[in-house]
Design a protein around this ligand. Structure first.
Ligand code: BES
Ligand code: MN
Ligand code: ZN
Length: 498
């Protein structure tokens, strides 16, 4: 999809459809609505008055134009009571508009920036939503129901807006990177193995001029990554620790941010096996890793002045005669020992070794993201991800970066007492504290590997995929985290903190 900006006025815009956003309670007294009303001989006024286009979110009215303008159609699209600050609503509107109107006849759509939504960040939100809506997952059903694609999306603004072109370009980069992560996430586990995650990451790294390394199991054995390797033991698919490196031409700070992702390509639970129901969804258990790959792709293109290390711990978790077992005691890469209580608490094990590795590589700040706990889904559902950390400033910066891109985070506490739940009698800690506070105890576990390095953890178990399509996005992987992690890195490089 081509995205362009146009300074034409409505009657000059050349596209199959012009979409004009309308807010609740609007009338056609001035501005573009009045102009359009004249051009359409009173249609706008009557559509608003009759409630056909009430401004209610996702509610729209469409008119086929006979004369008076270049475009063939015009739609009034309800965006609710927007004050211009609700960027998430705009992002979703961008997606809904494309999914609602694109058809065999409508291949180019112009969106008119207007009213209070005239800023570059509004354009960014709309373009992001538009690009995100264009990804579907039909590669295994090429002859399935046809999905019309939009060829051309036009951001129309008669008035000049500072930084509009740049905002459109940034939005495109962020949404393309998010779609890259989503495509990885959507692949079934028989395709998206750890080796395949590494291959796709490498392909991306070469394209984007990032440094790439992968640690295979022999290398991990040599290093003593007993936690990651234990999880992988039961599977015939070999594990990988994927390393992506971004080094800026000139750095504004001497720090290095590590982004660490859980790339568990299939989580059966292992010997502590999961129930069959919905187990298929555990192909999405690598979405944290995919988010790191996507963020690194965006970072490579947006070039912040700070070094970033992307680490993806990738493995399967399966039961077999070789699998690790409840009761086993593991020696992690850090030297800390772990008593395995539940082999389904595997994500924290592979992340533990990746976090230690990040510290060994000189990370000064660590952010991990993972589909880590069912408890996070119970607590926050599909709306917000949980964030926890050992450094309030880091957590605040992540919440801010999330709010700026429409990925909402909610902090959960890490009081010392929660640590008692994962105390072991025979090892330094156990890998499960049971059912209570289990999103928190998972983070308490990881915290011990971060030591004194500022670290935060984002649990995306509820937000990483959609089980049902939304009006603005196909079902499947959402790419949650790509834009938060990228925005966080950009903010930090520019010295913007919460
Ligand atoms: N990948 C799962 C977490 C998960 C569950 C993500 C449902 C998305 C939806 C993770 O590896 C897991 O199994 N966690 C266990 C931990 C427990 C055994 C302490 C959980 O949350 O049940
Ligand atoms: Mn598990
Ligand atoms: Zn898992």
């Amino acid at each position: 999809m081509e995205i362009i900006r146009s300074g034409d006025s409505v009657h000059e815009i050349d596209s199959d459809l012009i979409v004009v956003p309308v807010f609740k309670g609007e009338t056609a007294d001035s501005g573009v609505l009045a102009t359009l009303d004249r051009l359409t001989e009173g249609w706008v006024r009557s559509a608003l008055a009759s409630g056909e286009a009430s401004g209610e979110r996702d509610k729209s009215a469409l008119l086929h134009w006979r004369a008076g303008a270049l475009a063939r159609r015009v739609a009034l699209f309800g965006v609710g009571d927007l004050d211009g600050s609700n960027l998430l609503a705009l992002q979703r509107a961008g997606g809904s508009i494309l999914l609602t109107f694109t058809s065999a006849a409508v291949k180019s759509i112009a969106f008119v920036l207007r009213g209070s939504i005239d800023s570059a960040s509004a354009a960014r939100a709309i373009v992001e939503g538009a690009v995100l809506s264009q990804l579907d997952y039909s590669i295994y059903r090429p002859n399935g129901p046809p999905r019309p694609k939009c060829d051309r999306f036009i951001i129309a603004s008669e008035r000049s807006v500072d930084g509009l072109e740049g905002a459109i370009e940034t939005a495109r980069i962020l949404a393309d990177a998010t779609n890259f992560a989503r495509s990885m996430g959507n692949e079934p586990a028989n395709v998206m193995t750890p080796v395949e995650m590494a291959r796709r990451s490498k392909e991306m790294a070469e394209r984007e001029a990032l440094e790439f390394e992968e640690l295979d199991e022999d290398e991990m054995k040599r290093l003593g990554m007993g936690a990651l390797l234990a999880v992988s033991r039961g599977s015939a698919e070999p594990a990988r620790l994927i390393v992506l490196g971004y080094k800026p031409r000139e750095a504004a700070s001497s720090g290095m941010i590590a982004l660490v992702g859980k790339g568990l390509t299939f989580d059966s639970g292992g010997i502590s096996i999961k129930p069959a129901e919905e187990m298929d969804e555990m192909k999405f258990d690598m979405c944290g890793g995919a988010a790191v790959a996507g963020a690194m792709m965006a970072i490579a293109r947006l070039k912040p002045k700070v070094g970033v290390l992307g680490l993806i711990a990738s493995s399967e978790n399966l039961p077999s005669g070789r699998a690790y077992k409840p009761g086993d005691v593991l020696r992690s890469y850090s030297g800390k020992t772990i008593e395995v209580i539940n082999t389904d608490a595997e994500g924290r094990l592979i992340l533990a070794d990746a976090i230690s590795y990040a510290i060994g590589r000189g990370a000064t700040h660590i952010v991990d993201t993972a589909t880590l706990t069912g408890a996070c889904v119970v607590a926050l559902g599909e709306v917000r991800a949980a964030v926890m950390g050992n450094n309030p400033g880091l957590v605040a910066d992540l919440i801010k970066a999330g709010a700026e891109c429409g990925e909402r985070l909610w902090e959960m506490p890490l009081d010392r007492e929660y640590g008692e739940l994962i105390r072991s009698d025979i090892a330094d800690m156990k890998n499960s504290g049971g059912r209570i506070a289990s999103a928190i105890t998972a983070a308490m576990f990881l915290k011990q590997f971060a030591g004194s390095v500022p670290w935060a953890h984002i649990d995306i178990a509820g937000t990483a995929w959609l089980t049902k399509a939304k009006p603005y996005m196909a079902k499947g992987a959402t790419g949650f985290g790509v834009r938060t992690l990228t925005g966080f890195v950009l903010n930090r490089a520019a010295g913007r903190s919460a």
